[in-house]
Design a protein around this ligand. Structure first.
Ligand SMILES: *Cc1c(COP(=O)(O)O)cnc(C)c1O
Length: 366
């Protein structure tokens, strides 16, 4: 067995940096600057208010978030944003919201939007088993749409947009759950971005929302208070009891990104090296490692979904990799096969060990 918290290729909740786990475990006994466990501190203390402010400031600096955008820390996961977004931006407008259906998670986002108004699915990848992303020339946008929603990285299928879809004149809304803070990003291109913490940023329990302040001026009536972004803005993300521990650990990860990694440019370079190494071995042996993504241009740097020539080989791969200490390599239940997730906290050393295992497995079974 390797030392704990290594070789974690889980799709989420995923790996966290070793130093963050050490700090989090100390804070469970005594949070720095207090005489209490982080699990027993009131969310109304100055201590916790400072944690939230430092986290917001950290994100603002890492991503250069402009001042006319709010940064919120909410609950309900990314799945609740599937409802909160159309409640704010679609309900009562009489307009149509445009969605892309590019995989498992975007398929989940559409039914909740339909509860609030008209939805036009501009691209539906179901007939090609969600193995590619549309090009901008395939998307017939309506310039008067209420907003345009897409998922930047389809976590299950391993597809990632490397260009920006949508029109600059229509509010662009993006679910970045599985690639947020993995590379620099121009927030100005978006009206609203959401991403839960548990893939690249921390434990589950907190969801980050970045939204343009102007969106809130035309909010419709009769939104339940917890689902109304305005209440969370007004209370600085402490509207009701927030997930104190998840927010604290997310701050530890933000500090790690800034101080230990050195920022998002550096993080992006590391992430690209990890993914290119794995794609390299797959491209050398494409009949053995069969990627789900059909086109190179759509390949995800975060999740690599693939099959082996037979289900028996996949089973053997899972059993032998687990025995060697690898964790989380099983494909999503909707797709089967295998998947390696290379989130921020997965180290290059871990990826190199996986490469060696894959090479050895192929030599023994090809
Ligand atoms: C994992 C995932 C979700 C689901 O998030 P929850 O926090 O479990 O609701 C939504 N969107 C994407 C892109 C995901 O990868």
């Amino acid at each position: 067995m390797p030392s704990p918290n290594r070789l974690n290729f889980s799709p989420g909740p995923g790996a966290l940096p070793q130093e963050v786990l050490a700090q989090a475990s100390e804070a469970i006994i005594q949070a720095p600057g207090t005489n209490q466990s982080v699990l027993g501190i009131s969310h109304r203390t100055d201590w916790f208010k400072n944690i939230v402010s430092e986290l917001e400031a950290g994100f603002r600096s890492l991503l250069s978030i402009p001042p006319d955008y709010h940064v919120l820390f909410l609950q309900g996961g990314s799945s609740l944003q599937f409802s909160m977004v159309p409640m704010l931006l679609l309900r009562g407008t009489g307009l149509t919201a445009e969605y892309l259906r590019t995989g498992y998670w975007s398929s989940k986002s559409i039914p909740d939007a339909r509860l609030e108004g008209e939805v036009e699915v501009l691209y539906d990848g179901e007939s090609s088993h969600f193995n590619r992303l549309p090009g901008q020339d395939e998307l017939l946008h309506d310039p008067s749409a209420a907003y345009f929603h897409y998922i930047s990285n389809e976590t299950v299928e391993g597809l990632q947009f490397h260009t920006l879809p949508g029109l600059d004149t229509v509010a662009r809304v993006c679910d970045m759950s599985s690639d947020f803070m993995t590379a620099p990003l121009d927030v100005r291109n978006y009206s609203l971005i959401y991403a839960h913490a548990q893939k690249n940023l921390g434990p589950s329990g907190v969801t980050i929302v970045i939204l343009k302040a102007g969106l809130l001026t035309k909010a419709p009536d009769r939104i339940p208070s917890m689902l109304d972004y305005r209440n969370h803005v007004e209370m600085g993300s402490i509207y009701n009891t927030p997930p104190v521990f998840a927010i604290y650990v997310t701050l530890l990860v933000a500090r790690w990104l800034k101080d230990s990694v050195g920022g998002l440019e550096k993080m992006a370079a590391i992430n690209a090296r990890k993914a290119l190494a794995l794609y390299g071995i797959m491209d050398r042996h494409p009949s053995f490692f069969r990627l789900h993504a059909a086109d190179k241009k759509d390949r995800s740097l975060m999740n690599l979904a693939f099959h082996l020539p037979t289900p028996a080989l996949e089973q053997a791969f899972l059993e032998q990799s687990a025995a060697a200490g690898f964790y989380g390599l099983e494909g999503h239940r909707s797709l089967g096969g295998l998947r390696a997730s290379l989130y921020n906290s997965v180290t290059e050393e871990d990826v190199n060990e996986l490469l060696e295992f894959m090479d050895d497995f192929r030599t023994r079974h090809a």
